[in-house]
Design a protein around this ligand. Sequence first.
Ligand code: FNR
Length: 383
Amino acid sequence: PSNTFIATVEDMRRVARRRVPRMFYDYADSGSWTESTYRANEADLQKIRFRQRVARNMENRNLATTMVGQSAAMPVALAPTGLTGMQHADGEILAAQAAEAFGVPFTLSTMSICSIEDVAAHTSAPFWFQLYVMRDRDFIERLIDRAKAAKCSALVLTLDLQILGQRHKDLRNGLSAPPRMTLGNLLNLATKPAWCWNMLRTQRRTFRNIAGHAKGVTDLSSLGAWTAEQFDPTLNWDDVEWIKKRWGGKLILKGILDPEDARHAVDTGADALIVSNHGGRQLDGAVSSVSMLPQVVDAVGKDIEVWMDGGIRSGQDILRAVALGARGVMIGRPFLYGLGAGGREGVAKVLEILAKELDITMALCGYRDIHQIDRDVLVPGTY
Ligand code: FNR
């Protein structure tokens, strides 16, 4: 993004809002119903305070860590996000490339525009694949096989979307990909020439992920109808075990917000769980992710890696989560804003901003290695 000074994720958000068609910007920057959980994710992180320690050697710092045994340049992974390819043409590919260059994992959503094969063809580092459990088990098996063939290095199984939470903005905008050519949409698209031009150049890749792999899906309208009906309301812990066996590799369970569910997650033998409320997009009125993190960490001990997402907007937020016992965090909207604002460079810039903030904040707390960070870094009573 040229001629705009960008120092924070919030700066990036403002540029994305200008550049991305309203329907898709709103799709990213929204939560379900009153959006109270969406707001709580950020607000509760902000309340947590650091202890300022001084006169401690802060030279030569380390942010590098591992996630499910795989190395990461900092404790951050890109969260799976649907329709990423509508924030920017080839969005999934560009975000995966930025993540690879930085050295953090990228997660490809089941609901992606670019296919597993397209992302694999344009990256060299292995990425993660996120799976939604669909009623059509053949489709699931084919997805798992495709992810294996593409050498995906972990499967992220999302458990908090058996039924879709209602998002008013999407309904109001008539969210569809590609956008329906109503007068309102045409007027809005006319103000986003760069977005349109990029989309036209990459049209051939669009919608290959699900289209053609699902039974009865032949065109875009049948694709929309198919996906809406496919989320499986009967999903339960037995299905998780079946998927674990069928996949056979590293498994990460996403969408755990309750300590009792966290124990179930441990029992499945999964490698990690992600404390998450889907970025406030599902159960509105649920508590923030960060407020449940300490309880979940205490409930599972060292039996499983605990990650969290929801509301991370700065390196300070990453440090807060790590201090409360998260191995690391996933970021959703921050990277989508980078993508919408500036494609691959925008995502790279967001990762740089977060890493720099994390590095300096860790130093100002008096620590040099991310592995030393624990609750001692925080002021008691603020979390
Ligand atoms: C999501 N999320 C999500 N999760 C998932 O498992 N599969 C998906 O397809 C999607 N799609 C999706 C789209 C968009 C636009 C957003 C913003 C989020 C949830 C995502 O993985 C993550 O949990 C949250 O985004 C984390 O919160 P923040 O970082 O966005 O505040």
